[in-house]
Write a protein that binds this ligand. Sequence first.
Ligand code: FE2
Length: 178
Amino acid sequence: MKNAKKAASPKKTAGARRNGAGLPIDIGISEEQRGRIAAGLSRLLADSYTLYLMTHNFHWNVTGPMFNTLHVMFMQQYTEQWNALDMIAERIRALGFPAPGTYREFVKLASIKEVEGQPKALDMVRHLVAAQEATARTARSLFDLVGDANDQPTADLLTQRLDVHEKTAWMLRSLLEE
Ligand SMILES: [Fe+2]
C-alpha cells in the first residue's frame, strides 16, 4: 500500500509536467486514433475558416439589386460559421492535439480554393454553394474514423455541422432557381 502510494507521488507528476508532457490523456480512445481524428478535424477547421472568410468577404463586397438580401444573409451565415470555428478547434484540443491557427496552415489543409477578385452577386452564391458542400464532404469523410473510435462528442459535432452546411447550401441554391 505504501509503495503503491509512492508510485503515484506528486514528484513523478511534477517531473512529467516539467518535461512538457503533462498528465496523460485516458478517455478510452487511443493516442493513435485521437491523432487521426484531430488531423481530420484540422482539415474541417481549415475548410470552415476558409468558408467563414469567403462569406464575410462577400458580405462586404456584394453589389446589385439583391444587395440587401445577400448582405444580410451572408452576415447571418458568417456569424454562425465564426462560432463553429471555436467548437471544432476546442474539440481538437480536448483530444490532446494543437489546433491549426495560421493562414499558412489553413491554405495547406483546406479543400476549398479561395476566390480572387469580386464576383457578381449570383457568382458569389455559386461559390458559396460549392464551399458549403465541400465543407460538408470533409465533415462526412470523418464519420468512419470517429465511429470506429467510439468518439460520440466528435460525431455529434460533425452531425451538427453537416446539418448547417446542407441546409445553408439548399438556401443558397434556391436563390439560383427561377
Ligand atoms: Fe457588416
